[in-house]
Design a protein around this ligand. Structure first.
Ligand code: SAH
Length: 373
């Protein structure tokens, strides 16, 4: 934002156009050469989330808590259940990473209260726009820029839905002359991926160095840092955590970077800062890392099986009985979250807990398509 005097040669639209991230990146690359993909994704998403509320029908994408209250309610139920079986320890903190509109927290906290679980509420959020929306939904929350300021005493009940996928990934590519970082260049008015000039072989595990030319290895240092911090806290403070995202349970190769705008997939190299950039979460790696730091891994399972195991069908029916005019809508929304050809299998739920904490409900759910009643 500028508070200076306007010069006659510029007007508002031209100014804002020059400030568009695509223009800034283009100038940067033209002057200094390609930037790393990690910088591209990190800055693009920081700009994207700080300038809008991207969620919902009028936005770019919709998330599970915005589809149905059942999602947040069953998360609240899961947290209350594990907390009760852990012996109701207190004072307890509900911590949510990237809470979006605060809808998940609102639904989860309402459900937890029915079981006399009334935790302190902490939101880790970087977007000022979304903070305002969250304040209206959950006025009692305390906001943090990262996990470091969340209290270090008392167990944490942590939830992160579609948070890790927004953190920037780093990619290495095998070229004819060895491993290079994958960068973003600018050529003929377009952004495009290019191989960097510095050798990166030392960053690749020895057993993978001889992979065929063109192989891409993707990692997410930000997600790894979050996972380490959460695991360490679970080990020291106790508690439980749920990470829900689209991702792979098995190790994967290749770029998973993708972009969404107005509910459509678009080219991730078009219009940085104006589209939502995501990458798949490597759940296998996350689970290993959490265990190495002393947390218990409770399981990683498809979202559909997990929700059904917690009674999603019964809850949809109960809501339909309370408001019969919406019964079909409740069922359709529940199916959208659970059906294997919708969000049920692509999205995974990973549960973690402190070493002294019990198993989590629904991680050994029925096979896909089987009614859990
Ligand atoms: N969990 C919400 C929103 C998902 S969108 C839901 O399910 O609806 C991703 C959320 O993470 C947004 O709230 C976004 O502002 C936040 N976010 C993205 N990158 C972040 C970062 N580096 N630090 C803190 N919050 C971040």
């Amino acid at each position: 934002m500028s508070f200076g005097k306007r010069t006659p040669l510029t007007d508002e639209s031209r100014l804002s156009d020059e400030n568009k991230l695509s223009k800034v990146f283009a100038r940067l690359i033209q002057n200094h050469g390609p930037i790393s993909l990690m910088q591209y994704m990190g800055e693009a998403n920081a700009r994207y989330y700080s300038t809008r509320d991207p969620l919902g029908a009028a936005g770019d994408f919709i998330t599970a808590p915005e589809i149905s209250q059942i999602f947040g309610e069953l998360i609240g139920l899961w947290l209350a259940d594990i907390w009760i079986r852990a012996g109701r320890p207190g004072p307890v903190h509900y911590v949510e990473l990237g809470p979006g509109r605060g809808t998940l927290a609102k639904d989860a906290l309402r459900t937890m209260k029915r079981f006399d679980l009334v935790p302190k509420v902490h939101f880790v959020e970087s977007s000022l726009v979304l903070k305002d929306v969250q304040l209206a939904a959950v006025p009692e929350a305390m906001w943090h820029n990262d996990l470091s300021t969340v209290p270090t005493t008392g167990p944490i009940l942590l939830v992160a839905n579609e948070f890790l996928d927004a953190l920037p990934v780093r990619q290495l590519v095998r070229t004819e002359t060895g491993w290079r970082e994958r960068m973003v260049g600018y050529y003929q008015e377009r952004f495009l991926p290019v191989a960097g000039s510095l050798p990166m072989d030392a960053a690749v595990p020895v057993e993978r160095r001889e992979a065929p030319v063109g192989t891409i290895i993707e990692t997410c240092p930000g997600a790894a840092a979050v996972m380490q911090e959460v695991a360490r806290r679970l080990a020291e403070q106790g508690g439980a955590a749920l990470f829900i995202d689209y991702g792979n349970v098995d190790a994967h190769e290749g770029s998973t970077l993708q972009a969404v705008r107005a509910h459509e997939k678009v080219d991730p190299f078009t219009d940085p800062g104006e589209v939502d950039l995501t990458a798949l979460v490597d759940f296998a790696m996350m689970a290993r890392m959490a265990q190495d730091l002393g947390a218990r891994w409770l399981g990683t399972i498809g979202q559909g099986r997990w929700l059904k195991g917690l009674g999603a069908d019964a809850r949809a029916r109960a809501l339909g009985q309370i408001a019969p005019q919406h019964a079909t809508a409740f069922w359709v929304a529940k199916e959208r979250l659970c059906a294997p050809d919708q969000m049920g299998e692509l999205f995974k739920v990973m549960g973690l807990a402190g070493p002294e904490w019990p198993d989590g409900a629904a991680f050994a759910g029925p096979a896909p398509g089987v009614e859990a009643e």
